[in-house]
Structures are given as C-alpha cells and as structure tokens.
Write a protein that binds this ligand. Structure first.
Ligand SMILES: C[S@@+](CC[C@H](N)C(=O)[O-])C[C@H]1O[C@@H](n2cnc3c(N)ncnc32)[C@H](O)[C@@H]1O
Length: 267
C-alpha cells in the first residue's frame, strides 16, 4: 500500500476507534515509519509503506497513547523515550520548566530537586537549559526511575536520579519543583481511555500532595504544577505555611497551572 492510501485508511480506522485527532495521528505514525517529518509524508505520497505501520496503527486504535506507540515524545528542546513505565510529559508542564528557569536566572550552580521525575522531563530540561544546575530527580516508582535514567543516559545530561519519596524535599535545596499526581479519585472514570487504560494510575491520582510537599520542603524556591481549579487553594496553603511572593501562572489554554513561592530558606 502506498502513503496516500495508508493515510486515508488509517484516518478512518482511528476515527472509528474514537481517537480525537485521527488525521494528525495517522500522519505522525506514517512519518515515524518512513523516517521523515510530518510534512515529509506528503512529499513521499507514492512511497510503499513498511508493514510495521499496521502494527503501530493497531496499537493506536486500541487507544494506546501516541507517545507510547512512537516510543518517544518531544518536551521543550528534548526528545524523550516514552513508554508505559511513566506518564507522558504534557505541554503544560513546559510552563513549569519556564518558571523554574526564570527563578534560577543568574544562579551559577543552583541545587535543584525534581520530585516525581516520571520520564525525567522536568529535571532533564532544567539540566539542558540551565547548564551548571546540579539537578536531582526522585521518584517512588522503580519503573519511572529506570526510564528517567535511560533518558539521562541517552541525552548525556548530568542528572542524579534516585528512588525515593517526598522526604527528599527536606534535604535543603535552592529550588524544589514538582508535578505531583493531582487527579481526584472521583475523576478517574471521566478520563480518556489513553490515560485511564494505559498511563500509571499512581502517577496521576493524588489529593493534597502539593501542600504535603510545601510542608516538608526546605528550599529557597518552590514551583508546583496543579490541576484545573486547584491553584488558588494551593497558593493559600503556601502563604499560610510562610512562603512569600506566592504567584500563579496560567498555561497556554488559560488554566491556572503553576504555583510558586519563596521558601523559608530565604534568598
Ligand atoms: C504526574 S507524574 C509527573 C512526571 C513528570 N515529572 C512529568 O511532569 O511528566 C507524577 C510522578 O510522581 C511520582 N510519585 C507519586 N507519588 C510520589 C511520592 N510520594 N514520592 C515520589 N514520587 C512520587 C509518580 O511515580 C510519577 O512518576
């Protein structure tokens, strides 16, 4: 089968499976197997499609996240290895990195902790974009730790990655950043199959974790990702715990997404 036929059939198959963006996904799967960019698919529209395409299309039709099917996903300047061991890095988390970079600006060798590393997205992006930062990433999941280490190795970025929990935040840092699980248990059934059936539940479901981190953290700066509607409550918690200059930043869709504050370690 040639590219134009494969594109048409794949779009229909993905739409029938309930995929939100069937055309884009079909293009990206084809681009992946052909080894070209998404627009390159159209420049090669009479090329024969490798048999592997049907395998990947079958996986995506079962609503496996595109990032897992492709095995890699872009986050800021990095291409990260992605699979079911950790959450797929989200575009809104790029804003979290942006706030960290702003707060670290001018600091030569800040000690930074990423709590709940997942693929290592935040920690690796900070090491990449703030050379000199001494970045540590911690996750309670051994699977996520293994994947984050593979990403650090692949990208040759100097991040220390270890298995652990929130107690790491108490070790004394210049900046603690976290995108902790924040989906309420009652919301679980409303999530898309890509999330509910494929991503690690422990990476998603959690209540009040931002406040728990803020309580134990010994840090000059704290940056936290929050769910839709949670920012004001988390900001109030930070203020009552003694954090100063507490601020909220919205993501590109206008949702209040990041809460930051200056911690008790002073500045
Ligand atoms: C929402 S995911 C974020 C992953 C990654 N930082 C990102 O933004 O793509 C949350 C991560 O926190 C980890 N986690 C959950 N509870 C934890 C705990 N008590 N201590 C350390 N990590 C935890 C999960 O295993 C998961 O990898």
């Amino acid at each position: 089968m040639i590219v134009t036929q494969a594109l048409r059939l794949a779009e229909r198959q993905l739409a029938d499976a309930g995929v939100d963006t069937p055309r884009v996904d079909a293009e990206l799967l084809l681009a992946h197997v052909l080894g070209v960019s998404r627009t390159g698919v159209y420049a090669n529209d009479h090329q024969e499609v490798p048999g592997r395409f049907q395998v990947l299309l079958g996986r995506r039709s079962k609503r496996e996240p595109l990032a897992y099917v492709l095995g890699e996903w872009g986050f800021r300047r990095l291409m990260l290895k992605t699979d079911a061991r950790a959450l797929v890095p989200r575009p809104e988390t790029e804003i979290v990195v942006e706030r960290c970079l702003e707060l670290l600006r001018g600091e030569r060798e800040p000690r930074v902790l990423d709590l709940g590393a997942g693929t290592g997205a935040i920690a690796l992006a900070l090491a990449d974009e703030h050379p000199g930062a001494q970045v540590t990433a911690v996750d309670s999941s051994p699977e996520a730790v293994a994947l984050a280490r593979e990403n650090a190795e692949r990208l040759q970025l100097p991040v220390e990655i270890r298995q652990g929990g929130f107690e790491a935040a108490a070790e004394g840092w210049d900046l603690v950043v976290s995108n902790p699980p924040y989906v309420a248990p009652g919301e679980w059934d409303t999530l898309q199959p890509e999330i509910r059936e494929w991503e690690p539940r422990d990476a998603l479901v959690g209540v009040g974790l931002q406040e728990q981190i803020a309580r134990v953290a010994d840090t000059r700066r704290l940056v936290l990702e929050v769910g839709d509607g949670q920012a004001r409550g988390v900001a109030a918690a930070l203020t009552s715990l003694g954090y100063t200059d507490v601020a909220i930043t919205s993501d590109l869709t206008g949702i209040e997404r990041v809460v930051e504050g200056h911690g008790r370690r002073g500045s």
